[in-house]
Design a protein around this ligand. Sequence first.
Ligand code: AMP
Ligand code: MG
Length: 321
Amino acid sequence: MIVLGIESTAHTFGVGIVKDGKIIANERDTYKPKEGIIPREAMEHHYDVAPSIIQRALEKANVKLSDIDLYAYSQGPGIPSCLRVGYEISRYLSNKSKKKLIGVNHSIAHLEIARYFTGFDDPVMLYVSGGNTQIIVYKEGKYRVFGETQDIGVGNLIDRVGRALNIPFPAGPKIEELAKKGSKYIEIPYVIKGMDVSFSGIETHIKKLIGKESAENIAYSLQETVFSMLIEAAERAMAYCNKDSLVITGGVAANKRLNEMGKIMCEERNAKFKEIPLEYAGDNGAMIAYTGYLMKDYEQIDLKPIRNYRTDAVEIKYRKW
Ligand code: AMP
Ligand code: MG
């Protein structure tokens, strides 16, 4: 069975192809705004690149459009105008070939691809991207969000601080580089309530430090503080839910310091930790195709995009327990 999956929830338009559960193509193009995402521009970007990305994925996989048995698309959560692109294109392709279309929850797809690459059966997932920050755990037939940000995503915080420091979007890699040169820890609010974190107060606080402290020390203190919050929440989830492995995914998972903290925490509690290949940590089409493959027997009535698609709205029927 060959599945073609389309990702278009935010800045990335991605197409993945999976054959009998194995990834055979993963192509993408990312809209790169000067500042934050402008939904209309992102949508136009996706429509513009869609034909060539689909073509490239088919060539990589060495299959034809007529070989595709099942289509999958990222149904949400995401930016409505962006979600529409994936929906319309996948609906058109599936209608034309009279093949089934599956709507995939984007956060669950991140988790399934993490399981695919790490081989961990039942990890706690720390999902850290521009727009999302969630801790997701499987429990009784559903993936459940045990903790999340109460306001902006951690990547968004990093980008906003970056903008205030005149670092172009996305600021993550540059902040990471600066942080390596920082040596003085500046006290920053540590905002964690139970399993939830919050970043907007931290943003306000840090912006007031600009000009008074060096960019290196600000970047260093920012990373040490917010990554500790995230790892603390992830550790609590592992303890509460009795899970013995952790995966970190999303664009911020590119950060070496965050991974190092995750690894240390896991070692200390005798748990497993493995990094996911960078190509599959950020938004990608392969995770949608793969999760579509897992969901191949689902009967879905409403396939329209769901902007606030909740992770626990999906009943997980393909796991053994
Ligand atoms: P995503 O939304 O999953 O594509 O992730 C994009 C976010 O990841 C942006 O907010 C980036 O600033 C952030 N990011 C990328 N690389 C790094 C890094 N090395 N350290 C921290 N954040 C990063
Ligand atoms: Mg994502």
